[in-house]
Design a protein around this ligand. Structure first.
Ligand code: SF4
Length: 399
C-alpha cells in the first residue's frame, strides 16, 4: 500500500468553544440504532488554526447502518472527503478535528452489540486504529495509481495485507484468497503478476476494491472510486459494487460529485455544500423530488444514466471560498430562489417529512408568504425512477 494509506493520524486538537463557531441545529433523524455501524455527531473539521482557520466540515451528523450504502454528494470543496478522512483518522495536516463524535459499532453481523464493541474513533489509540483498519473499515481512494505501489506486483499487495492480518494463513491459502478476491471484481488470476502500470484504470480500481474487501470489513469507504474512469467502466464497477454489497453484506459510504451515479447505488444520500449538510433523504426520494435548490442544481449538472435526455443547466457560479463564506445561507449567491433573509440568516437542517428527509433551506420554513417553486415541491419524478430502470448488465469483460 502507498504511504497515503499508512499515514498515522494527527492528534486532534481541543475543540473550539461551541459558541465560537457557526451554530447549527443537529439533524433530527428518527431511526433505529440497533443496526448502526457508524455514528457521527456534530462533527467539525478545520484547516489551519487560530484566526487563519477555515471550516471545512461544519457540525455534520450522519449514521450508517449495517449493509446500507450511504452516498455523500457535493462539488469539490464541499467537505465530503475531508469528513470521511477525519472520521477514519486519516486526515493530514493542516486538517484538525475541532469538535464532535465519531463512534464505530463493531458487533458481528446479525448479533446484538455490546458496549465492548463500541469504539470511539476520536479517542482511539494508534493500536486500536491499526486493529480496525482493513479488517473492520477499509477505504478505496479516487486514484488507484497513488494507492498501489508502482514497483510491487499486484500479488504483493494482497500478500502484504493477508500476511499482516491473517497470520494463520499459509502462502498457498493467501494465493487462493487473492485469486478469489480478484474473481469477485471480474479480474483473471494472471493480473496478480502484473505491475499497476500494466493495468487499465478500471482494472487498477477493481484491484483496490478487491484489496479493500480482503479482510471482509463491515464498512467500506469509497472516495470517488470511479471519477477518473470512462462511463462504461463506471457503470460496470457500480453494478459490481451493488452485487458485492448484496452478497457480502458490508455497509458502504460512497463519495462522489455525480449525483446521478450515486442514485444507482445508494440507499440514502447526504448532500453537502461548503462543509454543511444541506439535504439528506432516501436516494430515490432525493432523485425523484429534490427539495434543496443545490440538490436540484447537482441533478441538473450531470446526464441521467437512464431515461429520457434532459437539458443540462448546471449551477451558476463557483463553489465558495471557505475562508470567505457568504453570510446567511452560503449557497445564496448562486441560488436562483434566494430571498432577502437568505443573505443574513443561516437555515438550520430540519426534518421535512417522516421519510427521513431533512433539508436546510428557508423555502421549506412553512412561511405562508413564501411560494415554494413547483420544481422543489413536486411529488412526481423529475426523471424516470431508477427502480424502473436498473436493468444495466455489463456485457464486456472487465476493463
Ligand atoms: Fe436558496 Fe435561500 Fe434556500 Fe439558501 S435558504 S438554498 S439561498 S432559497
Amino acid at each position: 500500500m502507498s504511504e497515503s494509506l499508512r499515514t498515522e493520524p494527527l492528534p486532534s486538537l481541543s475543540p473550539r468553544p461551541v459558541d465560537s463557531v457557526t451554530s447549527r441545529v443537529a439533524a433530527p433523524v428518527v431511526e433505529t440504532t440497533d443496526d448502526l455501524i457508524l455514528e457521527v455527531k456534530d462533527f467539525s473539521v478545520d484547516y489551519g488554526w487560530g484566526e487563519e482557520a477555515v471550516r471545512a466540515v461544519n457540525h455534520v451528523n450522519l449514521n450508517v447502518h449495517r449493509s446500507q450504502v450511504l452516498g455523500i454528494a457535493g462539488e469539490s470543496g464541499s467537505g465530503k472527503s475531508t469528513l470521511v478522512y477525519a472520521i477514519t483518522r486519516l486526515l493530514r495536516a493542516p486538517g484538525i478535528i475541532t469538535g464532535g463524535e465519531a463512534t464505530l459499532h463493531l458487533g458481528e453481523r446479525g448479533t446484538a452489540q455490546g458496549d465492548d464493541n463500541v469504539l470511539d474513533l476520536l479517542a482511539a489509540t494508534q493500536r486500536e486504529l491499526r486493529k480496525i483498519r482493513w479488517s473492520q473499515v477499509s477505504i478505496v481512494l479516487q486514484s488507484a495509481l497513488n494507492a498501489l505501489d508502482p514497483v510491487q506486483r499486484i500479488s504483493s499487495e494482497f500478500e502484504e495485507i493477508l500476511k499482516t492480518h491473517r497470520r494463520d494463513m499459509s502462502r498457498a491459502e493467501r494465493r487462493v484468497r487473492a485469486v478469489e478476491l480478484l474473481g469477485m471484481v471480474g479480474l483473471e488470476e494472471d493480473r496478480l503478476a502484473r505491475f499497476p502500470h500494466e493495468l487499465s484504470g478500471g482494472q487498477r480500481q477493481r484491484v483496490m476494491i478487491a484489496i479493500a474487501l480482503a479482510l471482509d470489513p463491515q464498512l467500506v469507504i469509497m472516495d470517488e472510486p470511479t471519477t477518473a474512469l470512462d462511463v462504461v467502466t463506471q457503470r460496470e464497477i457500480i453494478n459490481e459494487l451493488h452485487e458485492l454489497r448484496s452478497t457480502l453484506g458490508f455497509a458502504m459510504i460512497f463519495i462522489t460529485h455525480d449525483l446521478s451515479l450515486l442514485v444507482e447505488l445508494a440507499d440514502e444520500i447526504v448532500v453537502m455544500y461548503a462543509g454543511t449538510v444541506v439535504e439528506r433523504a432516501p436516494a430515490s426520494a432525493l432523485y425523484e423530488a429534490p427539495r434543496h435548490p443545490y440538490t436540484l442544481g447537482l441533478l441538473s449538472s450531470s446526464p441521467p444514466l437512464h431515461g429520457p435526455r434532459n437539458e443540462l443547466t448546471g449551477i451558476p457560479g463557483s463553489p465558495p471560498d471557505l475562508s470567505r463564506l457568504p453570510s446567511g445561507c452560503s449557497f445564496h449567491p448562486r441560488c436562483p430562489y434566494a430571498m432577502e433573509r437568505c443573505a443574513t440568516e443561516e437555515p438550520p437542517l430540519r426534518t421535512l417529512d417522516d421519510s427521513g428527509r431533512s433539508v436546510a433551506c428557508w423555502l421549506h420554513d412553512d412561511d405562508p408568504s413564501v411560494a415554494l417553486p413547483e420544481v422543489l415541491a413536486r411529488a412526481t419524478p423529475l426523471r424516470v425512477p431508477t427502480s424502473q430502470t436498473k436493468t444495466f448488465v455489463p456485457t464486456r469483460s472487465a476493463s
